[in-house]
Design a protein around this ligand. Structure first.
Ligand code: NDP
Length: 391
């Protein structure tokens, strides 16, 4: 019997939904790269129901309890008196989502002497001290591709929202105005702009693909180059450094993982190399940007807009400056969904976890982790998440 501690975000303020806006969800048969969708033997929930909040329990309770495992679900994750901290000492598995991350720091990992597996029910395992997991031989897995397309759609939406000045224009309507000049004074066409992505992995390439019909100039920087045929098909220019890319772009979208190499990549120095009045859309991780450098650049006009759904830490403290900085289009971390059950099935039945899902295994970076991450820790400062409740 294993004890699984699952950290999930709270239910909606009006309670767990009894009905949904749509009766069904459209589902692709395969991922665009040909990879098959997760294939659990059975599912105990209706697709399209809210699984990510505490009452949704990721649809796992029946599956786990029928196999004699113990499931503990909580949203209480920050501060030394959190339920997560109380449950850690005899936990075998910890599951959480990037949207409401259980920051698995070295101190927490040290408290959890039985811990063997940490699952990210989503993509991005930067909330885990990967070095500490490597040192303790704990497996880390995530659900590669589960929400890459959702995020790429979100990126396109946010680019258009910023460039066309959608959010302030919407606000004029809600407050009873018809202030066309106020709306258009910051409104541009995306057409003919230069748009660059930091990283052209699953999300970055999907963004490039979706932006091509807008007749923009496309650019990317990545540690590995895309196949020549893809570069030609998308008519995208490769840059050997992030600096050379941002210098020529009007819009930059960030789509790389957070790891020691990318932490605070967008600082004062890099932002100063961008064209005045550029836009940044960051749906990758908040900490890839220096929090205060972004605020300074928006205030000075060096950046014309900043949008994204990722913050550091999460949840963002109520006084986080990105909540109130000018010209932003921030949302809480809302993209994505999860099918964790398959990873768990493999684990309990001693079958190998798909390489694409592995971040750390057998004491080293593995699978997707070996390709996209560097060893080390990017969780420092996460204790500030406790200030979300305490103000
Ligand atoms: P992938 O692993 O497919 O792509 C990541 C890409 O980033 C790879 O091409 C990798 O390069 C590149 N990369 C890694 N380090 C660097 C670096 N230092 N400089 C430039 N490029 C780098 O992941 P996805 O595209 O699916 O996801 C990317 C990130 O987006 C996730 O790690 C996560 O942080 C975030 N995300 C956010 C979500 C949200 O809800 N907002 C949901 C899902 C993901 P290479 O492999 O060539 O070395």
């Amino acid at each position: 019997m294993a004890k699984i501690v699952c950290v999930l975000y709270d239910d909606p303020v009006d309670g767990y939904p009894k009905a949904y806006a749509r009766d069904e969800v459209a589902q692709p048969k395969r991922y665009p790269d040909g990879q098959t969708l997760p294939s659990p033997k059975a599912i105990d929930f209706k697709p399209g129901t809210l699984l990510g909040s505490v009452s949704g329990e990721l649809g796992l309770r029946k599956f786990l309890e029928s196999n004699d495992h113990q499931l503990m679900v909580t949203s209480s994750k920050d501060g030394a008196d959190s339920v997560l901290d109380q449950e850690l000492p005899d936990a075998d598995i910890v599951i959480s989502q990037p949207f409401w991350p259980a920051y698995m720091t070295r101190e927490r990992i040290a408290k959890a002497s039985k811990l063997r597996l940490i699952v990210t029910a989503g993509i991005g395992s930067d909330h885990i001290d990967l070095q500490a997991a490597i040192d303790r031989n704990i497996t880390v897995a995530e659900v590669t591709y589960c929400n890459s397309i959702s995020v790429s759609e979100h990126v396109v939406m946010m680019i258009l929202a910023l460039v066309r000045n959608y959010i302030p224009s919407y606000e004029w309507v809600v407050t009873g105005g018809w202030n066309i000049a106020d709306c258009v004074a910051r409104s541009y066409d995306l057409e003919a702009m230069q748009v660059g992505t930091v990283a052209a992995g699953l999300i970055g390439s999907a963004v490039l693909r979706r932006l091509k019909p807008f007749d923009v100039g496309l650019h990317y920087f990545d540690r590995h180059r895309l196949p020549e045929s893809v570069e030609r098909e998308l008519n995208v220019t490769y840059h050997p450094s992030v600096e050379s890319m941002v210098e020529v772009c009007d819009v930059v979208t960030i789509n790389c993982p957070l790891h020691p190499e990318t932490e605070h990549l967008f600082n004062d120095a890099l932002i100063a190399k961008m064209k005045r009045g550029s836009y940044i859309v960051n749906t990758a991780r908040g900490k890839i940007c220096d929090r205060d450098a972004i605020v300074r650049a928006l205030e000075s006009g060096q950046l014309a807009g900043y949008a994204g759904d990722v913050w550091f830490p999460q949840p963002a403290p109520v006084d986080h400056p990105w909540r109130s900085m000018p010209h932003h289009g921030m949302t809480p971390h809302i993209s994505g969904t999860s099918l964790t059950a398959q990873t768990l099935e493999c684990w309990f039945e001693n079958r190998p976890i798909r390489d694409e899902y592995l971040i750390v295994s057998a004491g080293k970076l593995a699978g997707a982790g070996a390709h996209s991450y560097s060893a080390g820790d990017a969780t420092s400062g996460s204790e500030e998440a406790v200030r979300f409740k305490k103000g």
